[in-house]
Ligand binder design. Sequence first.
Ligand code: ZN
Length: 227
Amino acid sequence: MPKYIFNGDSVFHNGSWETIRSLMSVLSPEEFNELAGEKAVDFFLETHRFCGICGSRTEPAPDREIKYALRCSSAGCAGHSRFMYPSYSIASITLVTRKKGKELLLAHNTAWPSDRVSLLAGFMQPGETLENCVRREIKEECGLDLLSVQYINSQPWPFPSNIMTGFYAEAADGEARPDGTELDRIIWVTRDELRKIQDGTSETGLVMPRKGSLARRLAEMWLTGKV
Ligand SMILES: [Zn+2]
């Protein structure tokens, strides 16, 4: 029995409708992962009501370990025996550092409020490894090559059905420049400066993503020397 009811980016929780995003900093990581899983299934069922091969209605697939698998209801269609499962878009988000890990790259995306900054992120393309995705995204968005890329952590990301994978990278020498399309501002910060940004005491007036996000979790790990 699902625990949450969704309506777009809203979720019914404790007697009222709230945005999924607002619950990120309220729920525990385990609870938020559970919510993300239910959102992925909800989105899957909503967007797979018909067979992509013949257009017939889909139906629950029988005798499958994953109870929400679907199949085409038309017995003559190849989709009748080729089951569908919830799928995820994969994104990477990266702590890009320089000076032996002493400075961290933060960026402002053109779609965000003017004071918001975060780590660099992007979606994986077909045929890429996650490491290649990280290297391509960083190169495209700010022109930097990376000396090393190391996997750190991940987070189911219910907007609507993604998984965020977190990395630590060391940048090669060179000037970081925003691509001007996706990013319009980038800054290097020390741990002291990032701490002030997260405390709201930075003279820059910048703010980081909300608590509970993988971006914030990775930033905390960098601040406390865990990466
Ligand atoms: Zn079909």
